[in-house]
Design a binder for this molecule. Structure first.
Ligand code: UD1
Ligand code: UDP
Length: 359
């Protein structure tokens, strides 16, 4: 008997790491699959090195493609694998295409399925991630949630209470476990940065792919850059569209390659504010006490607003919101943090999993 983890995209890796470690501690036999959805070394390999993840047992090498092509490629490869050597439980993470693909395959083969980070809802079906979340949760047998709102959503959708486990946030386990390694001084020295700066990360299709929206965002970022340096470790998705919209045409905008996890959190830790459309970054800034301005009309992580530093902004409101953030005193520790974001989520998940698979 073995438990099989399916990972594939950047946000999966910091979520899986603590679960794998905790299951190791309980002596559970594990197989780690990397679908290959993300493949650039800075989007994948660097996380395996920095987070102490084991080398994947298999890399499916699916790469990029349309939603249909990418999801289908993961499904075909996983189905073959699961039929040849049936896992006792499949564990999937977050809301990427690799997540929903694995969920569909496990469900059709009647293999028990666990979803880590279940129940988050933006209620915005224009986001591909929202579709992936709803489908994955509908199919899962074990649903591990990171915040109480997720339990409420799952209850409303008719998921039986005994399938749902509120365990806290494994991504925050990773943050807390590596806290000593995040060194803003080292990162800013490496990048040749001096003085105050704001970090921005942008990769949502809604912000990146539509040229008009991309141009609006570039104007807003330039407005911010009129008063403070903006450092942007740019996701490959945005490379072309933001270049076309002139993102780099401002002396206070520094666009760099995606950073490794340790360097990225180091950069965030030393920043005065973060502008983002990322899911994980809303959570990480909350724990670091760094003001977070989320450039989206909604968030599936409302706990970062009620218990953290997060705020939703429009491109029109961005520059003003950054000014307000710059006026805040610097803090290194947040006043409140969301319940159970305490570094032990991986252990809670492992305890339930070990019980279910009889290890
Ligand atoms: C995916 C997830 C998104 C998540 C994000 C995290 C889906 C539907 N989306 O979006 O939820 O927030 O990852 O980073 O699963 N590319 C590269 N190198 C890579 C990977 C991608 O150049 O290693 C480029 C390719 O041009 C590719 C594009 O980025 O077409 C998009 O990649 P894809 O995996 O489809 O979606 P993301 O935008 O990365
Ligand atoms: N991240 C990173 N380097 C970067 C940008 C992000 O290491 O240049 C980390 C970030 O801290 C988070 C993870 O990547 O832990 C996933 O974030 P991403 O924004 O890619 O995905 P999302 O959470 O939006 O799905």
């Amino acid at each position: 008997p073995h438990v099989l983890h399916v990972t594939g995209a950047r946000p999966n890796f910091p979520k899986a790491a603590p679960v794998i470690r905790a299951l190791d501690g309980l002596g559970v036999r594990q197989v780690l699959v990397h679908t290959g959805q993300h493949y650039d070394p800075v989007m994948s390999e660097v996380f395996f090195q920095q987070l102490g993840l084991p080398e994947p047992d298999v890399n499916l090498g699916v790469g990029s493609g349309s939603h249909g092509a990418q999801t289908a490629a993961v499904m075909v490869a996983l189905e073959e694998m699961f039929v040849a050597d049936r896992p006792s439980l499949v564990i999937v993470y977050g809301d990427v295409n690799s997540t929903v693909a694995a969920a569909l395959v496990a469900a059709k083969l009647q293999i028990p399925l666990a979803h880590v980070e279940a129940g988050l809802r933006s209620f915005d079906r224009t986001m591909p991630e929202e579709v992936n979340r709803v489908v994955t949760d509908a199919l899962a047998d074990l649903l591990f949630t990171t915040s109480p709102d997720a339990n409420v959503h799952l209850g409303t959708e008719g998921v039986a209470a005994d399938k749902i486990h509120f365990v806290g946030n494994p991504m925050i386990d990773t943050l807390l476990a590596n806290l000593d390694t995040f060194d803003p001084v080292a990162v800013t020295a490496d990048l040749g940065l001096e003085g105050d700066y704001v970090v921005a990360t942008l990769h949502r299709p809604g912000n990146v792919d539509d040229p008009e929206q991309a141009a609006k965002i570039v104007r807003a970022v330039h407005e911010v850059a009129d008063t403070v340096r903006v450092v942007i470790p740019l996701h490959p998705r945005g490379r072309e569209s933001f270049a076309r919209a002139g993102l780099m045409d401002h002396e206070n905008v520094t666009v760099i390659e995606p950073l490794g996890y340790v360097e990225f959190i180091g950069l965030v830790r030393g920043s005065r504010a973060v502008v983002t459309d990322s899911g994980g970054v809303q959570e990480e800034t909350t724990m670091l006490g760094v003001p977070c301005l989320t450039l989206r009309p909604n968030t599936e992580r409302p706990v970062t607003i009620t218990h953290g530093t997060n705020r939703l902004v429009t491109s029109d409101g961005l520059a003003g919101a950054v000014q307000e953030a710059l006026a805040l005193p610097r803090t290194d520790t947040p006043a409140v943090t969301p319940p159970l974001w305490d570094g032990a989520a991986g252990q809670r998940i492992a305890a339930v999993v070990a019980d279910v698979v009889g290890a």
